[in-house]
Design a protein. Sequence first.
Lengths: 294, 294
Amino acid sequence: MAQSLTSFFKDKEERITEKLIDTVAKLSIPETLKESMLYSIQAGGKRLRPLLMIASCESYQGRDEHVLNVAIALEMIHTYSLIHDDLPAMDNDDVRRGKPTNHRKFDEATAILAGDALLTYSFDVIASDLHLTDQQKVYILKRLAEASGPKGMVAGQSLDMHAEDEELSLDHLERIHQLKTGQLLEFAVEIGAYIGGANDEELYALRDYGYYLGLIFQVQDDILDVIGDQELIGKPIGSDEINKKSTYPKLLGLEGAIEKKKHYLVKAKEALVKANLSTSLLESFVTHISERDA
Amino acid sequence: MAQSLTSFFKDKEERITEKLIDTVAKLSIPETLKESMLYSIQAGGKRLRPLLMIASCESYQGRDEHVLNVAIALEMIHTYSLIHDDLPAMDNDDVRRGKPTNHRKFDEATAILAGDALLTYSFDVIASDLHLTDQQKVYILKRLAEASGPKGMVAGQSLDMHAEDEELSLDHLERIHQLKTGQLLEFAVEIGAYIGGANDEELYALRDYGYYLGLIFQVQDDILDVIGDQELIGKPIGSDEINKKSTYPKLLGLEGAIEKKKHYLVKAKEALVKANLSTSLLESFVTHISERDA
C-alpha cells in the first residue's frame, strides 16, 4: 500500500469507528436494540465506504468533518445490509469476520429490527447534520435512498438471490455487482466529492471512477477466492466453486479475470484524469483495491 | 361516521391508493421485488395514516397535492412494518386482512427485501417531491426517521417483543403503544398541519392530539377484541386473552377501559381547541376512531 494511503487509513479509520459508535451509543433506546446495533457496528470491517468518501472529499480540499456524518450513515447502511443478508432466509451465515452473525449472537427478530433501525437512523443522522445546507441534505438523502433502496442495493440483492445456481452471462453478473455493491461505492465517491466542492463535470467523471472501482473490488474478490491466502482473507478459498457462484474466473478463466481487472484499472484511472485527480489519494485507493490480498 | 368524514374518506381513499400503486409500479426494478412490494401495498388496509395527514393539512387550508407524496411515503413505512412484523421470526402470521402475508405469498427473503425496499423508497419519494421546499423536506425526512426508526416505531416493536407473556403496568403498556403505533399517527397529524401552514403553537397542540388519538386507537382495539363483532373485525375475538397479551380491559376491566377511552377523547378534543380546530375534520376523525367497530 502506498505510504500516503497507509497514513490516511491509519488516521481516519479510528475517527470513523469512534464517531460511528458514539452516534449509536448516545441513542436513548431499548437496551437489546442498542446492543445489537452496536454489536454489528463494532464487529470490525475495513470501513472502505467511509474511507473512500473522506478521501474523495479531501481530494477536492473538502474538510473531513463536513463529510463524517454522511460517511458513518453510509457505513450504517452497509452494516444493515450485512445483518439482513446473513439471515437464515437469505444467505444463512453463522459467522462474519470471525464472530457470530447478529442473529446468532442475538436472535432473528432482534437482527431484523437492528437492521431496520440502522437503515432508518442513517437518514436521521444526515438530516441532523450541522455542516450541510438543506439543499445538500436533500440531494444526499435522495441519492442515498436511490443507491441503497429498490433502485440500487436491494435490487442487486433480489437479483442475486434469484441468480443462485444459474449460469450467468458476464453482463448479467456485472449488473448484479453494480447494484449490490457498486452503488454504495459510487455513492461514497460521488457524495464525498460533492461535499468537497467538485464541479458537475468532475462529479460525472467520478461516477465512472466509482463504477470501475466497484467492479475491480469484485473481480479481486473472485480472484482471491481462487488464489488468495486463506489465513488473510479469513474464509476457506474455493467456496465460490463449491457454492456454484458465477464469478469472473469461472466465466473468463483466471488469466482472463486478471486481464479484465487491468482493463478496469485503466478505465478508473482515465476517469480520474477527467476529474482532475490523476495523482490523488483516489489513485492510490483504486490501486490498493486492485492489489489487496484480503 | 359523520357525513362530512364519510365523504372525505370516500373522496381521498381512492386517490391515495392510486398514487401509492402508481409510485411503486413506475419503478424500473426486478420483477419479483416489485410484485411483492405491490402485493402488500394493494392488500387493502384503511389508509388511516395518509387520510389523517390529508385531513390535518386541509384543516389549515392546505391543499392535498402538497401532502400526497408524504402521505403515501408514510403508508409505505406502515406497510413495510407490517411485512417485517408478520415474519416467522417476529409474529409469525400467515394471514393479514384475509390474504396470505407477504412471506407466505412469496418467501421470507423476498418479504425481508420488500420491507427494506419500501422503507428506503419512502425517503426517496419525499426527497423527490416537487411541491415542498428543501427546508420542509429536511424537517419531514428527519421527523419520519425519528418516528419510524430506533427512537420510534422500531423501539416499540423491540419492547413489545420482549414484553410478551409479561404482566405490564399501564404506563409500560402505553409507552409501547405510543412508540409502536402512536409515533406514526402523531407524525401524520403533525406533518399534515406543518405542510398546511399551522403555526408552532398549533403544531405543539396537535402533537397532543396525535398522542391521544394513538391511545384511543389502541384502547378501542383492545375493547373490540372483547366485545367486537368477529365478522366485522376479521379475526376471532378473544385472541388477546389466548395470547396472554397485556390490554386495557385486562388491566382496568372492560368498564375501566371504556372510561379511559372517554377520558382520552376529552383530552384529544381539548388539544384540538388549542390548535384552533375544534370543529374540524380532525374532531370527527377522533370520534370515529373511538367508536369504530372494525
